[in-house]
Design a protein around this ligand. Structure first.
Ligand code: URA
Length: 295
C-alpha cells in the first residue's frame, strides 16, 4: 500500500523523537526502519553523553555542536564545545598553482580511479592522522545524494560515512522517506579524512578535497542533493550564510537542486529543529519528484 504523507510524517517525527502528542500512536512503531519509536529513541538518547543545553551555550559553542563527532566520542568523553579549525594556514604558492591541474585530473576520473585516488590521497595533512579515507557509500546511480561534513571517529575506523549514533538517525530519516542507505541514495562527505580531535575542517583541507566531491556528484548525477549541516552547506554552496537562512529554499550546485537541512547529530539533541528537518526533507522529496516528472 502506498504511504500517505501523514503516515510518513508520523514515522519521521517519531524516529526524530518528537513528542507523542504530535504523532498518531496506532501502528506507527511497527513500520519504523530502525525499530519501534520510543524504545529506539530512548535507547539512542541513553547512549549519548550529556551535553549542555544549547540555550546555555555561546553562539560559537552552539555552532560547534552542529557536528557529529561530539556524539561519537563515547560516554566518557565529551567534546570541548568550542573546537574550531586552525586559522587558515598559508597555502604554498606551488600548491595553489597545482590546484587547477589537480581539479582537472580528478574531474576526468571514473569511479575506480577516483576511489583509488582518494584512498591514496596525500594532498593535505589529514593523511597523516587518518586511519583510512572515507570515500562514500551507496548506489552510484542514485537519484538522491546526501552530503555531510567529514568522517568522525567511527567513520575513520570503519571507512564508511555516518556509522555512529547520528548515522542511525540518518538511516531512520531515510526510512521515513522510503529510502535506504545504498538503495537509491549515495552518501558522501565534504572531507574524505577525519580532522583530528574532531575539529572543524580547515579551509585548505576543504580546498584540496573539493574536487573529489565535485566528481562524485558529477558521476552520480542525482536528482536532488540534501546537504546535512551548516559546514557542508556552506562549503558546497560557497557561502557564509547561516544554516537557518539556507534552509527552506532550493539552491543549485552544477545544475542540480540542493536542499539544506540540519546535521543529524545536531538533531539528536535539538527537539525544536527536528520538525524543521522534516519540512526540509519534504521539500527535498518534492524537488526530487518534480525532477522525476520532468525527466
Ligand atoms: N558526520 C558527518 O558529517 N559525516 C560523517 O560521515 C559522520 C559524521
Amino acid at each position: 500500500m502506498k504511504d500517505s504523507v501523514v503516515d510518513r510524517r508520523a514515522r519521521f517525527l517519531e524516529v526524530l523523537g518528537i513528542r507523542t502528542e504530535w504523532v498518531p500512536k496506532a501502528g506507527v512503531g511497527t513500520v519504523l526502519a530502525g525499530g519501534s519509536g520510543e524504545a529506539a529513541e530512548v535507547a539512542e538518547r541513553d547512549q549519548l553523553p550529556e551535553l549542555p543545553e544549547r540555550s546555555a551555550l555561546s553562539e560559537v559553542q552552539a555552532v560547534a555542536l552542529d557536528r557529529e563527532p561530539a556524539f561519537e566520542a563515547g560516554p566518557a568523553e565529551v567534546r570541548p564545545p568550542a573546537v574550531v579549525a586552525p586559522a587558515r594556514e598559508p597555502v604554498p604558492e606551488v600548491v595553489h598553482a597545482l590546484l587547477p591541474q589537480r581539479a582537472a585530473d580528478i574531474a576526468a576520473m571514473d569511479w575506480d580511479a577516483l576511489e583509488a585516488n582518494v584512498a591514496g590521497c596525500t594532498a593535505c595533512g589529514l593523511c597523516e592522522t587518518r586511519t583510512q579515507t572515507v570515500f562514500g557509500v551507496g548506489d552510484r546511480a542514485a537519484e538522491w545524494m546526501l552530503v555531510g561534513e567529514a568522517p568522525g571517529q567511527n567513520e575513520d575506523l570503519q571507512g564508511e560515512p555516518f556509522v555512529g549514533q547520528a548515522g542511525k538517525l540518518l538511516d531512520n530519516m531515510l526510512g521515513a522517506l522510503n529510502l535506504a542507505r545504498g538503495r537509491n541514495v549515495f552518501i558522501a562527505n565534504v572531507l574524505k579524512c577525519r580532522p583530528p580531535e574532531n575539529r572543524d575542517p580547515a579551509p585548505n583541507e576543504v580546498e584540496q578535497c573539493e574536487p573529489y566531491l565535485r566528481r562524485q556528484i558529477a558521476l552520480v548525477r542525482p536528482k536532488v542533493i540534501v546537504v546535512l549541516g551548516r559546514f557542508a552547506a556552506q562549503s558546497l554552496l560557497r557561502t557564509t550564510t547561516p544554516i537557518g537562512k539556507l534552509r527552506g529554499t532550493v539552491h543549485e550546485y552544477e545544475g542540480i537542486p540542493v536542499v539544506v537541512t540540519y546535521h543529524p547529530a545536531y538533531l539528536l539533541r535539538t527537539l525544536t529543529d527536528k520538525a524543521r528537518a522534516w519540512e526540509d526533507l519534504c521539500l527535498a522529496r518534492e524537488v526530487h519528484d518534480r525532477a522525476g516528472a520532468q525527466a
